[in-house]
Unconditional design. Structure first.
Length: 276
């Protein structure tokens, strides 16, 4: 039987609607929804823990810039260091210099989730230095909310037909018509559903056991779950860069390993060290 006929043909218009010449795209809208829901979840935890409102207000600033800077630097330095180290301003600014000496606005075309995670962790440390909140308490609260943002980011990738999977003959394969006519694993959808499941797990654990689980547990669970899944899902996803084709594990998998180990430490060993 023709696998192509059984596949889901995927070719949505990335633009949701156009308002007075301003393009409203699914990608930006889904990102915004994910960030807003995470904001609400963290805000709920601050109120639940009776933390002063004025301490919550600057948190968004630290998270936004920490993730953006980390994700951008992560992409440039992990995936294409030779180019960006010789084109420094293109790493910092959302532009590309043209051979004729001109430049064009491109936006930040490359963002790496591993770099964004590292940037967020550093930004939250700076936030805690300023607010005097316990670092692990803040990391735990952010960890509870992170999966819902990750879900909407991967749905945004799906609407953009990016981060696609490898060719396959499974009956739920997607044909990303903007890329080619091959039935492929919907890698974005796999990740999105995994992160949505983690979000519900986080909510359940927070509601039932937040008073008994040790500091660092939610942070550790978030890192271990997300990056373990990320490690294995990479086997059915196309590599982002050509140099990865020669590697036993691609860059995303290698970068996931330290986060998995750090997550496991905070889940199973951090509290023992604190008691010692």
């Amino acid at each position: 039987m023709n696998t192509l006929l059984l596949s889901i043909h995927w070719n949505p218009n990335p633009e949701l609607f156009n308002l007075f010449g301003i393009s409203i795209r699914y990608y930006g809208l889904l990102w915004a929804v994910g960030i807003f829901l995470a904001y609400m979840v963290v805000h709920y935890q601050y109120r639940d823990k009776k933390i002063k409102e004025e301490l919550f207000e600057p948190l968004f600033f630290y998270c936004f810039f920490g993730i953006l800077i980390g994700a951008r630097l992560g992409h440039c330095l992990f995936y294409d260091p030779d180019y960006y180290l010789s084109h420094f301003w293109e790493m910092i600014l959302p532009i590309r210099f043209l051979p004729d000496g001109n430049w064009k606005f491109t936006g930040y075309e490359g963002l790496a989730s591993h770099g964004g995670t590292l940037g967020l962790i550093i930004a939250l440390w700076l936030y805690c230095q300023k607010t005097k909140l316990h670092y692990m308490d803040v990391l735990d609260m952010i960890a509870v909310a992170t999966p819902i943002t990750a879900f909407f980011i991967r749905m945004a990738n799906l609407m953009n037909s990016e981060i696609i999977g490898k060719p396959t003959d499974v009956p739920w394969a997607f044909v990303f018509e903007r890329v080619d006519m091959l039935p492929r694993h919907p890698g974005q959808l796999y990740e999105a559903l995994a992160y949505l499941l983690l979000f519900f797990i986080m909510l359940f654990l927070y509601k039932k056991y937040s008073k008994t689980l040790h500091r660092g547990f939610f942070f550790g669970l978030c890192l271990t779950y997300i990056f373990t899944f990320r490690f294995f899902i990479e086997f059915v996803k196309e590599n982002q860069e050509a140099f990865e084709d020669q590697m036993m594990f691609n860059m995303g998998q290698w970068l996931s390993v330290p986060f998995i180990l750090i997550g496991a430490y905070f889940m199973f060993f951090y509290h023992r060290q604190k008691k010692a």
